[in-house]
Ligand binder design. Structure first.
Ligand code: SDX
Length: 376
């Protein structure tokens, strides 16, 4: 029996490993990828450049970034059997289930990357490149439409928006989504990234690690909160009802989605940036309804519970204004976070240690086994 220690349920504040990928200053409200502040990356970088940073640990040169862009564009297509699997999906299937199934199926048709102990930046690029195609293809198939053929000149964000909407993004729309993808790309040992590392720590392959991560992100306490935020706004309807609706939920001890965080004890810096983009895109679209409602909700939750917004509070309003349907919000989160998941898998492989915590046993011991005939 291990030495008695305090049980840390949820592994709260347990330092499980060392990583150079992401640093979260929960007290100061700072988020850093490989040394760069998220505010600088959101202002000046692109998702492709951030993916390069997460995988290689440094920002790319112009040639390296051009190379990566071309490589990602060349890896967007799906093998025909996987497209056929998507076509067989019921149109009411949950998109996160479809994403998880498609990545799992892809592993069967791309055996090079799925031998135990195999994980490469090439595999990371393949999975990062193909997720928008999986998402867009399923969304069009469930509407009875044919999947779109990708256009290599489109950026990752522009292709993601075209693959889902079927129409090209203008510059502001593509940039808004690109910033959202930057903000969601990594977040240290969040549940889905930890799931990916646990899987990789057994020397399982990259595709299995990402499949574990997708299944974990599906949980509403991790992914999916931004969908619930939009449902809350629909329920509130007008800004003058925000106080009444939110206070009633709090009185019933309900969680207000988009608020609170296990690590941030002040405002999530991603929420700050997404609040600005929610306003910017709302102004461009002539629709500040979501932004105004969210500002009201923020005021009530902070006054009543002292809680701050997290990344999920404003992301749904940006996605809705961009024409992304609500049930694709968490898959869009996965489209971005796959860069972080794969970076962490590669890091785990570089300094591998089987992740295997222990539990304190609190059940009985030394019970006498009685044959079933004597058990009454
Ligand atoms: C993400 O880990 C990551 O990094 C995740 C993520 C990432 O990028 O990967 O940042 C993405 O998952 C963001 C979080 C999205 N989820 C939500 O918005 C769901 C709503 N939030 C809560 O469920 C909650 O804040 C968590 C799960 C996010 C964190 O919860 P903790 O750290 O376990 O805190 P807790 O549940 O112990 O709550 C502490 C207190 C409680 O009050 P008391 O019961 O002690 O009086 O704060 C209250 C809670 O009731 N509280 C909330 C609340 N969050 C915490 N009360 C109302 N609404 C909330 N949202």
């Amino acid at each position: 029996m291990p030495e008695p220690q305090d049980v840390q349920r949820g592994l709260e504040d347990v330092v499980a490993l060392e990583s150079r990928i992401c640093y979260i200053d929960g007290k100061g409200g700072r988020l850093i990828y490989d040394g760069y502040d998220i505010r600088d990356l959101a202002a000046h970088s692109t998702f492709e450049e951030v993916a390069y940073l997460l995988w290689y640990g440094q920002l790319p040169t112009t040639n390296q970034l051009d190379e990566l862009r071309k490589r990602l564009a060349s890896l967007r297509e799906l093998p025909a059997p996987v497209l056929r699997i998507l076509a067989e999906m019921p149109k009411e299937a949950l998109p996160m289930d479809v994403l998880r199934t498609a990545v799992s199926a892809l592993a069967v048709f791309e055996p090079d990357e799925t031998k135990p102990g195999e994980a490469s930046i090439g595999g990371a690029q393949r999975l990062t490149a193909v997720l928008p195609t999986i998402l867009g293809s399923f969304h069009r198939l469930r509407q009875g439409l044919s999947p779109l053929v990708q256009r290599p000149e489109l950026s990752h964000a522009a292709w993601l928006l075209r693959a889902i909407r079927g129409t090209d993004a203008n510059q502001l729309e593509a940039r808004a989504l690109d910033v959202a993808l930057i903000l969601h790309a990594d977040h240290e040992l969040n549940a889905s990234t930890f799931a990916a590392r646990v899987t990789a720590s057994t020397l399982s392959d990259l595709y299995s690690s990402v499949t574990s991560a997708i299944g974990t992100l599906k949980g509403p306490l991790h992914g999916g909160a931004n969908e619930r935020v939009m449902e809350l706004l629909e329920e509130i309807g007008t800004p003058d009802r925000a106080e009444e609706v939110v206070r009633a939920k709090l009185a019933r001890h309900e969680r207000i989605m988009g608020f609170g965080h296990r690590v941030y004890k002040v405002e999530d810096p991603r929420a700050t940036i997404l609040r600005d983009w929610s306003k910017k895109v709302g102004e461009a679209k002539g629709n500040l309804r979501y932004y105004d409602l969210l500002r009201q909700v923020e005021g009530v939750v902070h006054r009543e519970k002292g809680l701050y917004p997290n990344v999920d509070l404003y992301s749904g309003s940006v996605y809705t204004l961009l024409g992304i349907p609500k049930d694709l919000f968490t898959p869009v989160f996965a489209v971005s976070r796959v860069a972080g998941w794969t970076a962490h898998v590669l890091e785990e492989y570089q300094d591998l240690r089987l992740i295997r915590p222990t539990a304190r046993y609190v059940g009985p011991v030394d019970l006498v086994y009685r044959p079933i005939a004597e058990r009454g």
